[in-house]
Design a protein around this ligand. Structure first.
Ligand SMILES: [Zn+2]
Length: 558
């Protein structure tokens, strides 16, 4: 850390030997000389960059010059673990500010099935209120009802009601999982504008931001520049009838989805966050406030175009600017804030490009593993047909057997499924709900957990399926590519989906990098200690990380 500090102070005197050649730095990345802070910060800024894998961070970190350069001058944990198997947006965001694994907080997937629901739609969306008759899994009444534990913002509000708990994102589920049940302001993107919770009005800040969005949608926007460091990534790869890898995000007027699947989505989200900082005077009140910002564009672009083309490279440059714009805004307001930046999960490139780039086993999932096809195979083998409705329900990863079957028949179906799945060449592991329920919750270093341990960390007996499958490494669970919308994904049990960076920064803080693995469930206890919040023993699955690189300890004296 001494070396870092010396290099930072010498950066102004041009590139000196041993310090590398620093890229030009704008205001948001400027090295900061200030005394180490003694008092708790007045504002916690929790940033989640959706699908920002540790691999993307490692690949691009040297090119960052704005916000993401600044955050690398804080406490850098390059190996943060979303420890569980269900590496999806909702479970991932659920760990960040609750300090708990999905096995405890109940958010086991983006979608699961509840076959006891009386409504026709048996699928449950993680951030919907199933008790509201107007809600369906595809058009949900948005709520944090399915989250079984409180968030850091809620705990801060319980300790001091003057705390404001604010969350913004393109995704409703990111807002609800980071904000929780008691949110003072909550905004997400829907059909080309920012919207809020049922029964609430948009605040003037949100209305003003929507005016800006409408203007952008009306005019469109030119293509984005390709940064020089992206030249090597700018290669066309055939995917079905299309090619990907050379996109520039030119925006035609009237295309809200093209805004969403572009770096512009992050800029719009940050602009709204900045307006809310001003509207609510965040960081200036009687109690520390918390602002959660989940930036979704990296995920949307990763799904639409993969993780190793010009598109994601442009996005990395724009993300850096967007984070910079947020930090610059807080600086300009003179707020004493602490930032945490991490991700909900990692990601894997599309198999069409990965197989060209030294991953010959990268393939798409076999259609025979889809619920409908698997059900046909099970019926052929057992003679048991559906008593009405599908025999198997699945949203990927787990299968639920039709609840109207007699127990003996259900057992026979489960047995047949396990045999069929275990014999499948793309399947790494298969567990029944019974087996998982008997598996103890994992302990020890998440990096070393077995596949069974990882699966257990996102298993909840009241919500999980009857049979859980874990695909082999580099199998993309999208049977057919939809270029420009859905070609690549995450959700596996492997480290390309589990490992994410965890960065903490506060003005005056001593920089250090700790390569030892940590967990995203460590974030909430770390931030709670930073704001001086006392919580009851056992509240978190994670532990407090000492953010002081020297003799002091931000977790308090032990
Ligand atoms: Zn995603």
């Amino acid at each position: 850390m001494r070396r870092l500090a010396v290099c930072a102070s010498l950066a102004l005197a041009a590139a000196l030997a041993g310090c590398g050649a620093p890229p030009p730095r704008s205001a948001s990345a400027a090295p900061v000389a200030a005394p180490a802070p003694k008092e708790p910060p007045r504002l916690i800024v929790a940033i989640s960059v959706d699908q920002f894998s540790a691999d993307l961070f490692a690949q691009y970190r040297r090119h960052f010059t704005r916000g993401l350069a600044r955050l690398q001058q804080g406490a850098v944990f390059p190996s943060g673990y979303q420890s569980h198997a269900a590496t999806e947006t909702c479970p991932g965001h659920s760990t960040l500010l609750t300090g708990t694994h999905p096995a405890r907080n109940g958010v086991i997937a983006n979608n699961w099935f509840d076959l006891s629901l009386t409504r026709a739609d048996k699928r449950v969306y993680c951030a919907e209120d199933v008790t509201d008759p107007a809600s369906t899994s595809r058009d949900p009444v948005v709520s944090a009802r399915n989250l079984k534990v409180p968030t850091l913002g809620e705990l801060m509000k319980a300790a001091n009601p003057a705390t404001r708990n604010v969350a913004v994102s393109a995704k409703d589920r990111a807002v609800m999982m980071m904000g929780g049940h008691r949110i003072d302001a909550a905004y997400w993107w829907k059909n080309g504008q920012f919207v809020t919770l049922k029964g609430r009005e948009l605040s003037p800040a949100a209305v003003a931001q929507n005016v800006e969005v409408a203007a952008l949608l009306k005019t469109g926007a030119p293509a984005l520049d390709l940064p020089a460091f992206c030249a090597g990534a700018d290669n066309a790869v055939p995917v079905g009838k299309a090619t990907l890898g050379t996109g520039r995000f030119a925006l035609e007027p009237g295309k809200p989805d093209a805004v969403r699947i572009s770096p512009r989505m992050d800029h719009l989200t940050v602009e709204l966050a900045n307006r809310l900082v001003d509207e609510l005077n965040l960081g200036k009140g009687d109690a520390p406030d918390i602002l959660s910002v989940s930036l979704s564009a990296t995920d949307y672009i990763g799904h639409a175009t993969g993780t190793n083309g010009a598109e994601i490279c442009i996005q990395m440059a724009e993300l850096d600017k967007a984070v910079g714009a947020l930090l610059d805004h807080l600086d300009a307001r003179g707020i004493d804030y602490a930032v945490m930046l991490t991700s909900d999960h990692g990601g894997l490139d599309m198999p069409e490009r990965a197989s060209q780039q030294a991953v010959p086993r990268a393939v798409r999932v076999d259609n025979s593993l889809m619920a409908r096809e698997l059900a046909k195979t099970v019926t052929a083998r057992t003679g048991i047909a559906s008593p009405g409705g599908p025999l198997l329900y699945s949203d990927g990863g787990e299968y639920y057997v039709n609840a109207a079957l007699a127990p003996a028949q259900k057992a026979e179906v489960v047995k047949a499924m396990v045999a069929i799945l275990r014999a499948h060449p793309q399947v790494a592991a298969v567990y029944t709900a019974e087996e998982m329920a008997k598996t103890p919750l994992p302990t020890g270093n998440a990096q070393d957990w077995s596949i069974r341990d990882r699966t257990r960390a996102s298993f909840d007996a009241s919500r999980s399926g009857d049979v859980l499958i874990l695909l082999d490494r580099a199998v993309t669970p999208i049977p057919e590519a939809m270029p420009g919308a859905y070609v690549a994904t995450h959700g596996s049990v492997y480290d390309y989906d589990r490992r994410v960076p965890m960065l903490f920064w506060r003005r005056g803080m001593r920089a250090f990098e700790q390569p030892a693995p940590v967990e995203t469930v460590d974030i909430a206890p770390t931030l709670a200690a930073l704001v001086g919040l006392r919580v009851s023993e056992g509240m978190f699955d994670g532990r407090c990380l000492d953010l002081d690189g020297g003799a002091d300890n931000t977790c308090g004296a032990k």
